[in-house]
Each structure stands twice: as structure tokens, then as C-alpha cells.
Design a binder for this molecule. Structure first.
Ligand code: 3PG
Length: 398
């Protein structure tokens, strides 16, 4: 695919697809990370004299205008991050309001369009809607890796209508993801946690063929243990997944992928802060208790095994990390990964909704090689899927 360096943007209207789907409470942005991550692209374009038109979705308004999901509240944080530069706003992302606002732009100006998903055509990847967007620009830049798994008009169809390039964040995401899984230094480890096996079937199926060590934690480890006939007490567990687990284990054996499950666990009667808890060996979980974290022995085992690996892909916490002390297992492993990364022995890439929150809590966010800003897109990439937004960029370059 092309990058910003392949476009001559001076004086051009550049449509930049960003992902400003940021957490907001009562109209105030509570985490501006996604805005910050778009800055390298925006400042590059502005320095080069482009007229920048920002396109994003916000929430899921289902094709209808919804004032509660307006992008107007993004203006203030965006202007602040741009060093006080004024950002114009258009009440609609297509039609007269957008066209007039674009026509008023001078070189080095920025315009934010209203929520793309106020039009059903966005999610339908509708040709006419994409044409209306395309009219607004001369060039197209996609900097929204985290929306690249959506075959939506601003992500897919638009890339096929204008000269297109990847923005800096998109480029950075793709480079790191490729180093981690498509072309990695071996041995490769994957840590997969989270509540349910059922939501990560394809992901596990793809990973066992690509990694040499698969560490399973979180609620989904209970499902594995249960499938092996180990009692998990009152733990969260998908009892109907035994055949699926067997399939995954068989596939792993064929591919020479070692699956590491907890050997000791932290149990308690309920999930509550600092509730009484014990460490027990797997197989000795009392009937009335729940597994809420991996035990210290397991954490140590993971730490040791990571020491033999060159690459790590991480998705999902290893325990109920939101509630102390059940964040301990995730924290120990995160610390180990950060140390190995600092020593230059491990390339570590993490991503997916809860994972980032868990790594922030563990205090290692800046100490891994790369943490993706994407949730669903990161998961689909781990599943081995081709992301429509990435494909469209590749096609447009060839
Ligand atoms: C995200 O927040 O992961 C992206 O913005 C995609 O949002 P969506 O799941 O509503 O498509």
C-alpha cells in the first residue's frame, strides 16, 4: 500500500478516515488516546499544506441522526491536541453542509464532518454514499486500523474511488502486526485470556498454527480444564465446548504448538475487592468457589517460558483484573513481558479492548514493543482474516 510519503498533498483536499470512537461521558471525552494517535498523520498533512477533512464514526446510531452521538464534542479536545488550531465542523458528512464547509477550507485547515453512521449507506458500504463522500476530496488517507475490519463505505468503497494511502497509525499498526505474526522471529508465544472460548474460537484455531506456545488464561482456561475432566467448582465455564476444545488441542498437537494451562489458581466465593481468597492446585477447586486468577506458580511458569521466546502476541487478561487482588497474575506476566522487551529479548505486541485496560493497570503500556489501539480489528487480525479496509488500500496501490 501507499503511505503519506507517496502522496503530493499540498493544496489538496485530503479525506482522512480516523477512528474517533472514543469513550465519552455526558458529552465529555474521557480518554483521548485515539485522537492522540491520529496526530502524526494530521500534523504531517498540515505541515505539507493539505486541506484536511476528517471522517469518523461514533457509536452505533444505526443509520439515523442521533444528537447523543454527535461528533461535535470532539472538537475541543481535537483543537487542544492540535496545539490550539481551529477545527471547523460540518453538521452532516455529505450534501450541502459538508460541501460548503469543504469549499471554505484553505491550505492547512482542518474540518471535522458529523458522524458517518448517521447515514445507513456507511455501514451498507453503499456506492452512492461513497460517491458523495468522494466528491468532498481529492485524496484519501485511511488511518483507522481499528475500523479496518468493517467493510463500510468510508473504509472500503471510498478507498476505491480516490488515490488512497495508509496514514501513519495504520502503517505503524500493520508493520508491528506483521512482525508479530506474519513474519515473526521464533519461537512465538501467544497469551490468550478473557471470559469465553466461544468468542475466540477462530482466533485460537488460527494461533495454534502460527505460534509455538499458547498460554491460556482467564475464564476460557476454565472451559479447557472442564473439557479435560478437571472440576472447576462454581467458576465461569462453557460446559458445552468440550468437543471444540478437543479440536483445538488436536490441531495444536499437529502443528507442534504447546498449550500451557494454569496448574494453580486463585479461588474465592465471590468476585469482590479483597474478598477472602486461596491459592489451590488445579483439580482442588472447592465446589462452591470460583477461579478468578492464575496462581503464582502458573505465573512463574509463564514468565520462564516467555524467556525462551522471541515474539509475543497478547490478547485478553489472565484473571478478573478489574478487581484486586485478581489482577496479580496478569500483572506478573505483564511485568515479565515488559522486562524481556526492555532487555531486547522479546518483541511484544498486545491489543484488544480489555487487554489495553489490563496493561494500563499493570503499568506496562509503554514498555511493550507495541500496543494496538484496536479492539475488534485486532481480534479479526489474530483470527487470520483479511481486513476489508487493509485490502482496499493494498488493491488501490496495485
Ligand atoms: C472500535 O471501537 O473498535 C471501532 O471503532 C469499531 O467500532 P464498531 O465495533 O462499532 O464498528
Amino acid at each position: 500500500f501507499r503511505t503519506l510519503d507517496d502522496l503530493d498533498v499540498a493544496g489538496q483536499r485530503v479525506l482522512v478516515r480516523v477512528d474517533f470512537n472514543v469513550p465519552m461521558e455526558h458529552g465529555v471525552v474521557t480518554d483521548a488516546t485515539r485522537i492522540e494517535r491520529a496526530l502524526p498523520t494530521l500534523t504531517t498533512l498540515l505541515e505539507r499544506g493539505a486541506r484536511v477533512v476528517l471522517l469518523s464514526h461514533y457509536g452505533r446510531p444505526k443509520g439515523k441522526a442521533d444528537p447523543a452521538l454527535s461528533q461535535r464534542p470532539l472538537l475541543a479536545p481535537l483543537e487542544e491536541k492540535l496545539g490550539g488550531r481551529k477545527v471547523a465542523f460540518a453538521e452532516d458528512c455529505i450534501g450541502a453542509p459538508a460541501e460548503e464547509a469543504v469549499a471554505r477550507l484553505n491550505d492547512g485547515d482542518v474540518l471535522l464532518l458529523e458522524n458517518l453512521r448517521f447515514h445507513a449507506g456507511e455501514e451498507e458500504n453503499d456506492a452512492e454514499f461513497a460517491d458523495s463522500l468522494a466528491q468532498l476530496g481529492d485524496l484519501y488517507v485511511n488511518d483507522a486500523f481499528s475500523a479496518a475490519h468493517r467493510a463500510h463505505a468510508s473504509v472500503e468503497a471510498l478507498a476505491r474511488r480516490l488515490p488512497a494511502a495508509a496514514g501513519r497509525l495504520m502503517q505503524e499498526e500493520l508493520e508491528h502486526l506483521e512482525k508479530a505474526l506474519e513474519n515473526p522471529e521464533r519461537p512465538v508465544a501467544a497469551i490468550v485470556g478473557g471470559a469465553k472460548v466461544s468468542t475466540k474460537l477462530e482466533l485460537l484455531g488460527n494461533l495454534v498454527e502460527k505460534v509455538q506456545l499458547l498460554v491460556i488464561g482467564g475464564g476460557m482456561a476454565n472451559t479447557f480444564l472442564h473439557a479435560f475432566g478437571v472440576s472447576v467448582g462454581a467458576s465461569l465455564c462453557e460446559t458445552d465446548m468440550a468437543d471444540t476444545v478437543e479440536d483445538i488441542v488436536r490441531k495444536a498437537k499437529q502443528a507442534d504448538c504447546d498449550i500451557l494451562l494454569p496448574t494453580d489458581v486463585v479461588v474465592a466465593e465471590k468476585l469482590a475487592p479483597n474478598t477472602p481468597h486461596d491459592v489451590v492446585a488445579v483439580g482442588e477447586v472447592p465446589a462452591d468457589k470460583m477461579i478468578l486468577d492464575i496462581g503464582p506458580m502458573t505465573a512463574e511458569q509463564i514468565r520462564k517460558r516467555l524467556g525462551d521466546c522471541r515474539t509475543l502476541v497478547w490478547n485478553g487478561p489472565l484473571g478478573a483484573f478489574e478487581v484486586q487482588p485478581f489482577d496479580a497474575g496478569t500483572n506478573v506476566v505483564a511485568e515479565a513481558a515488559a522486562d524481556l522487551t526492555a532487555e531486547g529479548r522479546l518483541l511484544s505486541v498486545a491489543g484488544g479492548g480489555d487487554t489495553v485496560a489490563a496493561l494500563v493497570r499493570a503499568g506496562v503500556l509503554d514498555r511493550l514493543s507495541y500496543v494496538s489501539a484496536a479492539g475488534g480489528a485486532f481480534l479479526e487480525w489474530l483470527e487470520g482474516k483479511t481486513l476489508p479496509g487493509v485490502q482496499a488500500l493494498r488493491d488501490s496501490a496495485s
